[in-house]
Design a protein around this ligand. Sequence first.
Ligand SMILES: O=P(O)(O)OC[C@H]1O[C@](O)(CO)[C@@H](O)[C@@H]1O
Length: 562
Amino acid sequence: MMELLQTPVDQRPQWAALAEHRARLDGVSLRRLFAENPGRASEFTLGVDGLLLDYSKNLIDAEVMGALVDLAYATGVHRRIEAMFEGERINTTEDRAAAHVALRAARDQRMVIDGENVVPRVHHVLDEMGAFATRIRSGAWLGYTGKAIKNVVNIGIGGSDLGPVMAAEALSAYSDPGLNVRFVSNVDGSDIVSALRGLDQSETLYVVVSKTFTTVETLTNARTARRLLVDALGNEDAVRRHFVAVSTNAKQVRHFGIETENMFGFWDWVGGRYSVESAVGLSLMIAIGPENFASMTDGFRAMDTHFREAPLAHNMPVLLALIGLWYNNFHDAQTHAILPYSTYLARFPAYLQQLDMESNGKSVDTEGRLVRVRTGPVVWGEPGTNGQHAFYQLLHQGTHLVPCDFIGFLRPVDGPDEHHDLLMANFFAQTEALAFGRSEEEVAAAGVRADLVPHRSFAGDRPTNTLLAGRLNPFVLGQLVALYEHKVFTQGVLWGINSFDQWGVELGKVLAHRIFDELSQDEPPAPGHDESTNSLVSMYRTAAARRVRPRPGGDRDGAAVR
Ligand SMILES: O=P(O)(O)OC[C@H]1O[C@](O)(CO)[C@@H](O)[C@@H]1O
């Protein structure tokens, strides 16, 4: 039987209905929507296991939400959620499951992928990680010269870095203060140099994380680390006590020189950007301990269960996805800001950048057709209140509509209460100011000089979601990450794209490989690029030929570009 092609989302009647709602609400302010519905905040607030989403300060009403939910059902979001939990091969272009939810399944749950219940395997690795983390934390694991480990250096990039680094920072208050956990990702040699500064190799454990174990940045950094370790400790045998690997590729791990007894595995059905609670989180687990790690996994699982079971109209990830689509496709918003009011969440926006932009930065749908609507937004952000003194000017008075997620906590992790009161006063003030602005009449009535009134007025109607939890802890972090994972997945389903491949990163890698030969070989292949690239390559080679190593503390040779 011939399979029916999926209807492009913009050809569905629900899309046309949304366009009509957009026209109906044009010019209707949040002030008016709040005035007309005194119960609006409670109507548009949802709590899930202590995490609250207030989405009332959005340019929506009940009809819009109804129409958005209709679109979700029409595009089969509920069926796709089930397909993910059933371990179906929803990553169609790579013909594999995308079953990161299995990583957080409870020990007695079943999750079947390709005919096998994978939960026992997942817990086997978690147990191995737990035992290893405990040996490191207790000082039972000794380095080559007999010293306990004090430094853990995670080497990985993309999903093999951003998750662990974000979570280690988010949960640093829960970390063992006796351990120094650092992260190396960039192939820029300065990254490894600065990460290793001051570390004693005899007390350092390297965790090399790479799903494929072929990523050039990671392997280059790992080789450099191994050379430094062997030089310092004087024997290749030291590698066994100071290097462990996290990968799906045992062959390449062995090829690199790490025994598979020092390898923690995961599986091809875990995407790199969806992997933080797999073995990819080993450095994090060493930092915060297996119990805190398990509590984070509980948070993931709580959100997974909600996502699977709640009706779409009351489903937090689905609501975030639908509201995002509303701005992306019906208000011409091109970006989405993530604004955590927590210094500990400083890397959360960067983490979500990969999650969202690598997943939904696609322009071809699952049927191979060009999509005709805008897909994933540009995701960016910084913690508040710092951002307020930098880019919020544009959020309040600029010409771009930037939907924002404000993320905050009722109680501080640490620090004096006064700081937290001030932090959250700013959080609430910002979402209020963005939503309701300050009209020209109000500004004039406050006695502002007439010519300054337009400059000092705020149009308002700048939409925000508020996410509020009790306190930032491992459970809440798990909830938040799972929330965004499922939001991104839902949007992919709505737009009809596959959120689980990333072919878009390949071309640059191929070209870099070739240009590397041109930059580094004595007799390089003839440059075969465009005029601009050829001349940049040649300028680099000229400078490299004259390169002088900087003296410690001295100036760099700046012959190439000055
Ligand atoms: O874990 P690996 O295989 O080293 O890949 C690192 C990252 O590189 C990417 O493949 C992109 O180049 C990401 O998707 C991935 O998270």
